[in-house]
Design a binder for this molecule. Structure first.
Ligand SMILES: [Zn+2]
Length: 231
């Protein structure tokens, strides 16, 4: 049994798909509402995904996190950085973008909450959607951070909850391929930073998904079309 941190985005959706497929036990997926711009869409699609995989699901509300955050993910007056595909490997651009969307200690807080829930329910594992592609700009997405979390959890939980990520060694193309192989319903995946009705296809997260799916030729293009991409 495991707790899965499920934003409804690509990486967490693939972790959910793999955990639900490999272990047919009772799992709990949690989605955190921290007043992010995409909260309504993320909550809607995370529930769709949890229902699809027959996993229990709940929302944890952390309004104070959003209220204190100066991130473009939260603040309506701060615009989200826009990306072209050929800018995704531009170190300066991604570093600047990271500082705009950064929410102080967000992943650290989410992991500790998930670990608390896991211990209280007698569960020993927490899954997160880390990936290699973004770990170079987001330090809280890295294997080093996962190891550090596990060291802390060996003290902060009595049953030694373990943090795991099945996508940590994968870039987005590999994650997308894993999702396609697992028949992940991509139309239920919401990676977009905005809270619009349709995906923006301009934010960094949308563009990483586009690039990854385009690398999968016709199947990737057909999947993008199902998600509303029209280019
Ligand atoms: Zn977007």
């Amino acid at each position: 049994m495991a707790v899965i941190l499920l934003s409804g985005g690509l990486d967490s959706a693939v972790n959910l798909a793999l955990v639900a497929k490999e272990k047919s036990e009772n799992h709990l997926a949690i989605t955190i509402d921290y007043l992010q711009k995409a909260r309504e869409r993320e909550i809607f699609f995370a529930k769709e995904l949890a229902d699809f995989y027959g996993v229990d699901w709940q929302v944890i509300s952390l309004p104070w996190l959003g209220e204190k955050s100066g991130s473009a993910l939260n603040r309506s007056e701060v615009n989200l950085p826009k990306f072209e595909i050929n800018e995704l490997d531009d170190k300066e651009k991604t570093k600047q973008s990271m500082s705009q969307v950064w929410v102080p200690n967000r992943n650290g807080i989410f992991i500790q909450i998930a670990a608390m829930l896991a211990e209280s329910k007698g569960m020993k594992e927490v899954y997160v959607g880390f990936n290699k592609e973004e770990a170079s700009t987001f330090p809280d997405n890295s294997a080093e951070f996962l190891d550090a979390c596990n060291r802390a959890l060996s003290y902060s939980t009595l049953n030694r909850v373990e943090l795991k990520s099945l996508t940590i060694d994968m870039n987005k193309s590999e994650i997308v391929r894993k999702g396609l192989e697992s028949h992940l319903p991509f139309e239920k995946v919401w990676s977009c930073y905005t809270g619009e009705q349709e995906r923006c296809w301009q934010c960094e997260s949308c563009m990483r998904t586009v690039r990854a799916l385009l690398s999968q030729q016709d199947l990737g293009k057909a999947t993008l079309a199902k998600m509303g991409w029209t280019k």
